[in-house]
Write a protein that binds this ligand. Structure first.
Ligand SMILES: [Zn+2]
Length: 244
């Protein structure tokens, strides 16, 4: 079972889905469609889950990264086969290669798909609060522009289920957030990270009407999604984007 963004779904050159935690092979506390090998789950179960996602999407390759809350961006161009000796460390992937399914692994952080329907280039970004602080979203838009000639106003974006303003409490926000985030504080110590990402994408040049927000909080919705804050030891759900 997976969710799709209505506006992104209008583009037949793009296949995408935010998979829920259901429909996989992993046992508690990773039940059941866990995509991460690094949370303590049995590798055979994760393999089977990856296979399920790959088959559902219809991908040649399922490409994922060693996410580190940094700003490194993996760029895959036509002609590259994307066979890696080690899983690349990065927090975003950009490609113009069809049938390469880009997957980010999530449990409260945002997965942000950015798609250029004119140039047929897609990015999938892992963006937690550290990603917002380092503005990884703008960095990805700049790379799409510099490396592929994308035009910002053409880009479409979708922000996945993730920690909502109801649950995004940051008691040490004065130390970790820049002052510019203050206007996104919805009540004492609680922040609207969805609005921060929308604002960062708009500053990067995207049109407001081209940005979709799932608006589902993973901590409140841990029956459907994994939530690190809600569960601690748990899995990671997959958000996937692929050019056809
Ligand atoms: Zn919540």
């Amino acid at each position: 079972m997976y969710f799709r963004y209505p506006n992104l779904s209008l583009n037949t050159q793009l296949v995408h889905g935010v998979f829920t935690r259901h429909g996989g092979f992993s046992e508690a506390p990773y039940h059941s469609l866990n995509t991460s090998y690094t949370v303590g789950d049995a590798p055979d179960n994760v393999n089977a889950n990856h296979h399920t996602i790959k088959e559902t999407i219809g991908a040649n390759r399922l490409i994922y990264i060693n996410q580190s809350h940094g700003t490194d961006i993996l760029v895959l161009r036509k002609g590259q086969d994307a066979l890696f000796e080690n899983i690349p460390s990065a927090d975003a992937i950009i490609t113009n290669v069809p049938l390469f399914a880009l997957m980010v692994q999530l449990a409260d952080c945002q997965g942000v798909i950015i798609f250029d329907p004119k140039k047929n280039v897609v990015a999938n970004v892992h963006c937690g609060w550290r990603g917002n602080v380092q503005n990884i979203l703008e960095r990805v838009v700049i790379r799409m522009k510099n490396d592929f000639g994308c035009i910002e106003s053409h880009l479409l974006a979708g922000i996945s289920p993730s920690l909502g303003p109801c649950c995004a409490e940051f008691v040490s926000h004065k130390e970790i957030f820049p002052d510019t985030f203050k206007r996104f504080m919805v009540r004492e110590n609680y922040f609207d990270l969805w609005a921060i990402s929308r604002w960062q994408l708009e500053i990067a040049g995207l049109k407001g009407g081209n940005i979709e927000i799932a608006g589902i909080c993973t901590r409140c919705g841990s029956d459907l999604f994994y939530s690190y804050r809600g569960e601690g030891k748990t899995g990671r759900f997959g958000a996937v984007a692929m050019l056809t």
